[in-house]
Write a protein that binds this ligand. Structure first.
Ligand SMILES: *[C@@H]1O[C@H](CO)[C@@H](O)[C@H](O)[C@H]1NC(C)=O
Ligand SMILES: *[C@@H]1O[C@H](CO)[C@@H](O)[C@H](O)[C@H]1NC(C)=O
Length: 420
């Protein structure tokens, strides 16, 4: 359109035409410069994120998994980590005591019940970590290069808030269980894995645990891990393992997975952001993953373990303020974005997309919910609360006893006759 207008104006008296030509040329060059600048910015960001690989594996879902040498991972771009000596294992493990036995972990590692899709196409060599390669399109889907890999809003469910309008302010909906009122040094749970339907690409559905420090103000510290479906972040509807961290309520610090400097990964088998496989079927086989996050009392770092045997790595304690000491609240459960398409509640599902009342095999659950207490013992919380903004859309129901310890069912379909 612009070029066409310029050509027509070029038909005028030649002095005028020359002036027009010049201004048009400047305008076109200006747009070109902007595009070139953006292209360059995207390219530079991709170079920062995608490190030189020893080996690359093409996953059946289209992901490229780069096996990157431990010392070249994104964490070490952080100025505070320039001289950091990487810790290959935690000094303390809440299940293994002070002398964490590596052999025990190694033997457990042989029989993982659930893993990642890309494993079908190969494994990463020792001393490397698998990193999901960021593609140009991944970055272009974000609102800006800066926002890529970061949460858009403050979205932590605050069960203490009495104002339900405030909770709905960003359209985030939750169904969670939580503990608060003590100091916590970690949390663990097993959750079954689903592929909830997402109505709009700008919405997501996730199930995770939150390790929280501080009040719900601008300096909130959070460590998060679980599974998510997020078309905006990954470009598809696959269920992926993810982590998140922030030390300022999602403002300037933190990101998903390894999309910024922070988390130090030591594990060569599990890729953050990669597709989890297999997943549960409604009325069929159930697959769950366990996640344990704990604070090493010796070094102060927050470690993460996936499944029974995969110690993934750690968030160095200097990343945080409150969490440098301890957590003040733990939450487990689901979250979806409700963008209210067409003025109705979204039909984006949480968990299995079915209400807790349907029970095992149909509803989504968290089982064996535990916390790490002040003595560094992993134990069931003495009691936990539940919270949901609109139980007619997504609900939560707790239970207790037997091999499942403390557990709860959660989730729902979103829009239905009781949730218009
Ligand atoms: C890293 O070590 C060098 C040399 O010992 C020192 O000059 C520098 O200040 C250290 N950097 C940090 C961030 O500790
Ligand atoms: C994701 O799911 C939505 C709705 O279920 C569908 O419209 C969309 O095409 C899917 N996206 C991809 C990339 O498969």
């Amino acid at each position: 359109m612009a070029a066409h207008g310029c050509a027509r104006q070029g038909m005028m008296v030649w002095i005028l035409a020359l002036a027009t030509f010049l201004s048009c040329a400047v305008a076109v060059a200006g747009t070109g410069r902007l595009e070139a600048k953006q292209r360059l910015e995207v390219q530079r960001h991709l170079r920062r994120l995608n490190k030189q690989a020893v080996k690359s594996i093409e996953s059946p879902d289209g992901d490229i998994i780069d096996c990157v040498h431990l010392s070249l991972q994104p964490a070490f771009d952080h100025p505070f980590l320039k001289n950091h000596t990487i810790q290959m294992r935690p000094a303390f493990h809440p299940e293994g005591g002070l002398l964490f036995d590596e052999r025990e972990v190694a033997s457990k590692k042989r029989t993982p019940s659930i893993a990642q899709l890309w494993h079908q196409k190969g494994r990463c060599p020792e001393n490397t970590i698998p990193i999901r390669r960021t593609k140009r399109d991944d970055v272009l889907r974000a609102s800006s290069v800066k926002r890529y890999g970061r949460k858009k809003h403050r979205s932590i469910p605050n069960p203490m808030s009495v104002d339900p309008d405030l909770l709905n302010e960003n359209g985030h909906q939750h169904a969670i269980a939580y503990v608060e009122g003590d100091t916590y040094y970690g949390a663990k749970a097993s959750m079954n894995v689903w592929e909830p339907k997402i109505q709009q690409p700008n919405e997501f559905s996730l199930s995770q645990l939150w390790i929280l420090g501080g009040s719900f103000g601008a300096d909130l510290n959070s460590i998060e891990a679980g599974w998510q479906v997020s078309p905006d972040l990954y470009g598809d509807n696959n269920t992926r393992l993810f982590t998140y961290w922030t030390s300022d309520s999602y403002e300037a610090t933190g990101c998903y997975n390894l999309l910024c400097s922070g988390f130090i990964q030591v594990n060569s088998e599990i890729a953050m952001g990669a597709t989890i496989y297999p997943i549960s079927k409604y009325g069929g086989s159930q697959y769950d993953i366990s996640i344990l996050v704990w604070k090493d009392p010796k070094e102060g770092h927050w470690w993460m373990q996936f499944g029974d045997g995969y110690v993934l790595g750690y968030w160095p304690s200097f990343l945080f303020s409150y969490l440098e000491d301890s957590a003040t609240m733990i939450e487990w459960g689901g979250e979806v974005v409700n963008s209210e398409p067409d003025g109705e509640h979204t039909s984006t599902a949480m968990g299995s997309g079915h209400f807790p009342g349907e029970g095992f095999g149909k509803a989504s659950y968290f089982r064996n919910v535990q916390i790490v207490d002040g003595s560094n013992n992993l134990r069931p919380p003495s009691e936990f609360g539940t919270f949901t903004e609109q139980s007619s859309c997504y609900d939560v129901q707790t239970g207790d006893g037997g091999r499942w310890g403390h557990y709860f069912y959660y989730g729902g379909p979103g829009r239905n006759s009781n949730c218009p």
